[in-house]
Write a protein that binds this ligand. Structure first.
Ligand SMILES: [Zn+2]
Length: 246
């Protein structure tokens, strides 16, 4: 397994887990989760020639407080917003599984579904939500992170979901998982290059974010600056991750 050297860690260079031209799979619960968790890093990877795929387990159909907005209407709007944000970051493909928002569970069926996608996409790196963050009250965020990690475990095993192993599909071992929204990060990506891309991508989630573009930009810059500071990094803006190795 290739690992980032000590000099690379925290220097802003990308880990050896994703070779040039390599593949990254981002699994999240809702449209806008990736933009809040890892979008600037995604933009950096895409600019470096890495192939990034988003897998959204729901389409965020309950993401409104307005009873006049029906879940079906909101889902299609949020899918459009997510595709637009992803395109701006250089994401190659966005997959929607369209499970009901607010009701995600880490079931065997969910793991099977994600494992099948992993075996077809064959990512070198999985990026998902840290399901072990304490006091994480959104059930979908816990379930999405846990199901993605459990699916990654299953995807490499020949006796788990063996019915998928036909027509050239083989077990696939992901080398690393990077968890965002973690309480215990151990990797800080220098995203000075791409913080503007993250802000612009978030603005495309117009149904969810502040309509005041200045306020949104300031909030994102402030939080990325605090993330770098908390990690004692020399650079100005960071996104933080907990890295797991397989
Ligand atoms: Zn979410």
């Amino acid at each position: 397994m290739q690992r980032a050297s000590r000099a690379e860690r925290g220097s802003g260079r990308t880990s050896g887990a994703v070779p040039p031209g390599g593949r990254v799979l981002v699994v999240a619960a809702h449209p806008d989760d990736p933009e809040y968790g890892c979008a600037a890093t995604v933009a950096k990877w895409a600019a470096e020639g890495r192939e990034v795929t988003y897998l959204l387990l729901t389409s965020g159909d309950k993401g409104s407080k307005d009873p006049r907005v029906l879940p079906g209407q909101l889902a299609s709007r949020r899918e459009r917003e997510q595709r637009s944000a992803a395109a701006h970051l250089g994401v190659k493909e966005v997959i929607f599984q369209r499970h009901p928002d607010g009701m995600l569970e880490n079931t065997m069926a969910m793991r099977r579904e994600i494992a099948g996608i992993i075996r077809r996409c064959r990512p070198h790196l999985l990026v998902t939500i840290d399901p072990w963050r304490r006091y994480q009250t959104h059930p979908d965020h816990r379930a999405a992170g846990q199901a993605a990690l459990d699916a990654a475990y299953a995807a490499k095993e020949i006796y788990l979901f063996p019915e998928q192993l036909v027509d050239g599909v083989e077990p696939w071992r992901i080398r690393e998982a990077w968890l965002f929204w973690s309480e215990n990060p151990d990797r800080w990506e220098d995203v000075g290059c791409c913080i503007g891309k993250r802000i612009a991508a978030l603005r495309r989630h117009a149904s969810q974010v502040s309509s005041d573009p200045k306020k949104l930009a300031e909030g994102i810059r402030k939080s990325a600056r605090e993330t770098a500071k908390k990690g004692k990094q020399a650079f100005e803006f960071a996104e933080a991750f907990k890295v797991l190795h397989w």
